[in-house]
Each structure stands twice: as structure tokens, then as C-alpha cells.
Design a protein around this ligand. Structure first.
Ligand code: FMN
Length: 188
């Protein structure tokens, strides 16, 4: 007798792996504008070269933008930005200028054309290094060319959670932030 229950459907299977840190991709689009899209299906891939993979649905305008110009900034929002992040993720840049509509403050990147989001706590400059189509998604692996952080919030080991927090996406409108720190003991 197992203590597990097999899910009857695969719908939402991925919630077993949530909440996930959310980033906002800023891209340069065929309409000449910049666009911003949240993506919680993202992960570091390799240290050398530094790479980050992001799963982008081929239905998004961001997909068209990345095919038009294969660079993005990968911006890390703090948890206070949940409303704007959710709004960016429930509107398409195909229909509306989201940068204007949601009043996103941008500043130039150093290497790539897409700018960074001034309110983010980190912005990684990425250029497409590899792509893989899986189902409805194109998985983009970005080589990270430069990383910018809000210096007072970042330590050698990552974010100082006494000063800031990141946005973990649960489901739909639900987000979490990072809670209590746990220090593991090595079992003998
Ligand atoms: C918190 C959050 C995380 C999301 N993560 C992803 C993701 O990882 N990949 C994806 O393709 N869409 C994701 N979405 C949905 C897109 O952000 C959404 O389809 C967006 O409107 C696309 O914008 P665009 O058409 O301007 O590119 C997410 C939405 C939210 C709110």
C-alpha cells in the first residue's frame, strides 16, 4: 500500500515544482518597441559559460521578439512588484505597449540592446546561445554577458533576505516570498 496518490490528469502537474522564482524578460520586438514578460519557468544551466534557460510559449509576443532580436535582459523583481508582474503576465505586448501602460522605468544595458528594468534588484544581460522546441514552448538558453545587482542587497551567497525578497510564483495570482532560512546538517 503506497502513501502516494497518482494524479488523475497531467493538468497542472508542474505545481508539484512551484513556487518558482519569477523573472521579467525584456526584449526588442518587430514593432520597434521593447516588451516585458514574466517567466517563472527559468533556471541556471551552466556556470561556464554562464547560461540561463527560459521556457517561452510560442504563443507569446516575446517569442516573436526573441526571433526578431535574439537578446534579452532577465530582470529579477522584488516581492513588492507582484501586481505589476502579474499584470505584465496577463497582457500581451502584441496588443499594447506594456512598458508605457504599466509605467516601467528602463535604463540602458551595457552590452545588449534590450534595457534593464530600473526597479528590479538584478538584471542579467543575455544573448541566445541555444534553442530547443518542446511542445508549445521554445526553450531559450541565454549566455549571460553581464550581471547587474542592487549592490546593498546582494552578498557573495546571494540575496540578503533581511533587506529584500524575491517573487516566487505559486499559481495564477498567487505569489510567495522566501521565508525562514534553514541550515542543513550533514548526516553522518
Ligand atoms: C508569474 C508569471 C509567470 C509566467 N511564466 C511564464 C513562463 O515561464 N513562460 C511563458 O511562456 N509564459 C509565462 N507566463 C505567461 C506570460 O507572461 C504571458 O503569456 C504574457 O502575457 C506574454 O506576454 P507577451 O505576449 O507580451 O510576450 C507567466 C505569467 C505570469 C503572471
Amino acid at each position: 500500500m503506497s502513501s502516494f496518490t497518482r494524479l488523475e490528469s497531467m493538468e497542472g502537474f508542474y505545481y508539484t515544482l512551484h513556487p518558482k522564482p519569477t523573472v521579467v524578460l525584456i526584449t526588442l520586438c518587430p514593432n520597434g518597441r521593447f516588451n516585458a514578460m514574466p517567466a517563472s519557468w527559468n533556471m541556471p544551466v551552466s556556470e561556464e559559460p554562464p547560461t540561463v534557460a527560459v521556457a517561452v510559449s510560442r504563443e507569446t509576443y516575446t517569442f516573436e521578439c526573441l526571433e526578431h532580436h535574439p537578446e534579452a535582459t532577465i530582470n529579477v523583481p522584488h516581492s513588492g512588484l507582484a501586481d505589476v508582474v502579474y499584470s505584465l503576465g496577463s497582457t500581451s505586448g502584441r496588443d499594447v505597449d506594456k512598458i508605457k501602460k504599466f509605467n516601467l522605468k528602463l535604463e540602458s544595458s551595457e552590452i545588449v540592446k534590450p534595457p534593464r528594468w530600473s526597479d528590479a534588484i538584478a538584471s542579467l544581460e543575455g544573448r541566445v546561445h541555444a534553442k530547443l522546441d518542446v511542445g508549445e514552448v521554445r526553450l531559450y538558453v541565454f549566455e549571460i554577458l553581464a550581471v547587474h545587482v542592487k549592490r546593498d542587497l546582494y552578498t557573495r551567497w546571494g540575496w540578503d533576505f533581511t533587506k529584500t525578497n524575491i517573487l516566487l510564483h505559486g499559481a495564477g495570482r498567487t505569489f510567495y516570498h522566501v521565508g525562514r532560512m534553514i541550515r542543513a546538517q550533514k548526516l553522518a
